[in-house]
Design a protein around this ligand. Structure first.
Ligand code: ATP
Ligand code: MG
Length: 112
């Protein structure tokens, strides 16, 4: 099992949601976040000069899936979230040790 943590541009959330709900995912968590990448929140990198770091509004989408679904999720999200410009976001793939479905007490893959 993997947790796929996806940081995207806020206006891409609907497209990403549609791409993901087209797959056999069992759930999704969405959070409004702020962050910066290589450009540190700026459109261009200024050589050597000291400058402020700006946090940019982003949306974080988290989905936990069984391993066979990971590639489909990455492909679908990448296509849905890409504009080709800096700041399109990132996908982090994190191993998940276990899952507990609180209502039923199921664990592991069945609990996803
Ligand atoms: N290494 C990182 N660790 C944690 N969060 C990150 C990291 N890189 C990017 N992010 C998050 O993803 C958002 C978008 O990052 P962004 O797409 O600008 O990455 P980048 O490496 O600068 O790529 P690009 O050059 O395409 O802009 C950031 O605002 C931040 O929230
Ligand atoms: Mg960037």
């Amino acid at each position: 099992m993997k947790k796929i943590e996806i940081i995207i541009r806020p206006f891409k959330l609907d497209d990403v949601k549609m791409a993901l709900t087209g797959l056999d995912i069992k759930g999704m968590t969405v959070t409004e976040v702020k962050g910066f990448g290589r450009q540190r929140g700026h459109k261009e990198v200024y050589r050597g000069a000291e400058y402020q770091v700006d946090f940019m509004p982003k949306v974080k989408v988290e989905v936990v899936v069984d391993d066979p679904l990971v590639k489909q999720v990455i492909d679908a999200v990448s296509n849905a979230a890409r504009t080709g410009k800096v700041g399109d976001g990132k996908i982090f793939i994190i191993p998940v040790e276990d899952v507990v479905r609180i209502r039923t007490g199921e664990t592991g893959q069945e609990a996803i």
